[in-house]
Design a protein around this ligand. Sequence first.
Ligand code: DX5
Ligand code: ZN
Length: 219
Amino acid sequence: MQKIKISPSILSADFSQLSQEIKRLEDGGADMIHVDVMDGHFVPNLTIGPPVIKSLRKHTKLIFDVHLMISPVHKYIKAFADSGADIITFHPEATENIDETINLIKNLNKKVGISLNPNSQIDLIKDHLSKIDLVLIMSVHPGFGGQKFMPEILKKIEALFNIKKNKNLHLDIEVDGGINFENSKLVKKAGANILVSGTTIFKDNDGNIKKNIEALRTG
Ligand code: DX5
Ligand code: ZN
């Protein structure tokens, strides 16, 4: 049985007090912090960049699981690495050369993730799976928190988990978007071992972060 990790998305946090929100997540038992970076070009929303990540870095030792929804992505990788990102996840559609972007992240001694949108298939990245640390499967179209989970992606998680098993790949399968206490059971059963959640963690059970993280992990 895989160890399940919870990566709360700060997109649903109070941006006027992000350091305190990160402390709440840490005290609530988060395994890492999911940082949604959006540029208003790759996705129709705009969030934060390297200066904010840099200022948050000193407030926690937790892994910064940075999800780059930006394009072109290659020229910004070093800035995110220098700001304190630990895992840098990019979308294959946002680079001209997937291998080059993977190698750049690795040469900066960071973990590499690739994210698949709901309409993007595993074939797009099958030749790279042995070189990366994580695949982030989107269960919503990226850009906003609070969207509805798309159950059709469960088959993609299962297919990826089978490839991981058959090829003995050391790959985390992370799922992101609309995760709640019901569908978290489904994505774990399908083979995901890292769950991203914003709305459910920050809003459910009157915002009881510890309870929500635990329920996603063990429910
Ligand atoms: C969407 C982001 C997700 C999102 C998750 O583009 O990548 O991380 O913030 O938030 P919820 O859990 O509210 O769907
Ligand atoms: Zn995300």
